[in-house]
Design a protein around this ligand. Structure first.
Ligand code: FES
Length: 113
């Protein structure tokens, strides 16, 4: 049986207020973010506006500002905050034993959509 969680590396290699990307088949990416208080979130690395790379945005609290046109995206829900509308898929993520784990099925499903 395939494990539900995919180990994507040690959490201490992801600095607070930082992000890294995980390339997946087909040229898409998952962006993994760490907030100032150490929580970890994962989204498909595409802004719902014009596919800006969210991993290059600035993290404020539990949102990230897209580097292209400054939309703000919730790291918790993937929803655009403020007056604009849209949503980017959220990938379940957890930290276990110092390792970052992401939901394998959800990651594959989001990227196939
Ligand atoms: S592409 Fe993200 S705000 Fe335009």
């Amino acid at each position: 049986m395939t494990a539900d969680w995919l180990d994507v590396g040690p959490v201490d290699q992801l600095p607070a207020m930082g992000a890294r990307t995980l390339p997946v088949r087909g040229g898409d990416e998952i962006a993994i973010f760490r907030t100032a208080n150490g929580n970890v979130y994962a989204l498909v690395n595409k802004c719902p506006h014009k596919h800006g790379p969210l991993s290059q945005g600035i993290i404020h609290g539990t949102s990230v500002t897209c580097p292209l046109h400054n939309w703000r995206i919730s790291l918790i829900t993937g929803e655009v905050l403020g007056e604009d509308r849209g949503c980017t898929p959220v990938i379940p993520v957890k930290v276990d034993g110092g390792r970052i784990l992401i939901g394998r099925r959800e990651a594959l499903a989001s990227l196939a959509a």
